[in-house]
Write a protein that binds this ligand. Sequence first.
Ligand SMILES: [Zn+2]
Length: 455
Amino acid sequence: MYDIIIKNGLVVDFKIEQLRKTDIGIKNGKIIAIEKDLQDGINTINVDGKIVSPGFVDIHMHEEIIGNTDDGDDYDIGNKMLTMGVTTAVGGNCGNNRMGIIDYFNFVDENGAPINYMLYIGHNYYRNLIGVDRYSAPTEEQLEEMKKLIKEDIAENGAVGLSFGIEYSPGITYEEIINICNAIKDYDVLLAAHYRSDANRGVESIKELIKVSEETGLPMQISHLGSCTAMGQMKESLEIIQKAIDRGLSIAADCYPYEAFSTYIGSSVFDEGCFENWDKFYDSILLTEEPYKNVRCTEEIFYKVREEYPKMLAVAFVMNEEEVIEALKAPFVYVASDGLLNRGQGHPRAAGTFPRIIGKFVRDEKKLELIDQLKKMTMLPAKRLKLKDKGELLIGMDADIVIFDYDKIIDKATFDNSTELPLGIDYVIIDGKVAIDSGEVINKRLGKSIRKVQS
Ligand SMILES: [Zn+2]
């Protein structure tokens, strides 16, 4: 007797790189059978002709600010992740955490969560907490304090790795990065980094991250490559990364499928010189919150909002879509949302990334290939995160599954309406239990914390 039988689905099989019409039997949270004509399920889901994929593993998103939403549901971003088929996501990216990782993990485990969460510990989280100015270097004492706290989160508190947000704290030197990495390099950790700068300085920024990996021996996940070099430098940056991989380094990257990035208007990303670097004007910036919701900047508005509403999310239309597509074709670039919302407002990537790739770029525009992209949404990030039981549909693996209608799947979130839910995600199963049933969210609390255990 199975808890769930998924009948007649087109099951994603990465071994043969194809879809295979078969059934899946689930019991106690695990996949225990993959064969035709399974019988005796407590719950049988008939999905004739729909695609059955491993749940999406989003290696780069941003966790919630607990208590930040108006409707009393803390998981503003996590809820969007679930509705686009994500079952496991990694927060703490770009050097930033919303709260201490132990507190976040405990909140998730006490309250349940829409999806499973892993967390990086963010370098800037502690850098800011202990009062290092973003344009300065830390004192010797501050550096030692940071190293102690970061090491503790890696060794004991379950962080999957360490993330940097170099662009957000221009005072970070290469030496500071190496110094901190050296304190944790005996552990099993993944580094992730939001680079030092983009566009004309993007390539040198990527070289710096490769050098960090080379010098420390630690694997490096380069964050949202599109917003770094899809301004004319993508070809060169992909070649440089490929060469580093060929030399034996463990480098990968992630990318979201949009031609605009998003971050806080008060951040150093928008410091003097940014428009010259992008070769754009003030009107390339769209504001996302009242009293400037959906307003394009003028020079006056830009400086006023930076001064008065530095925590407002802004969207910058400065990338080329063709270069984003080029990135998504590279074998070492994974699909990740970089999902980030502030009181329900922000960039549509938080609610649209995965359906957009499949519906728009694979099915409609035929610019990307289905199995290849699914691999970048599931198996590859799961392997990178060393999640041995996730990312593939194989016997013995966790029953984290998304079932979607290939003819209907599409993102609906836009820059004007950034949290509109996608279409075509029919079922999401987390840990062998149904979270989305026939397109309806029926359980938003199946997710848990996944804390990295160091041996
Ligand atoms: Zn970032």
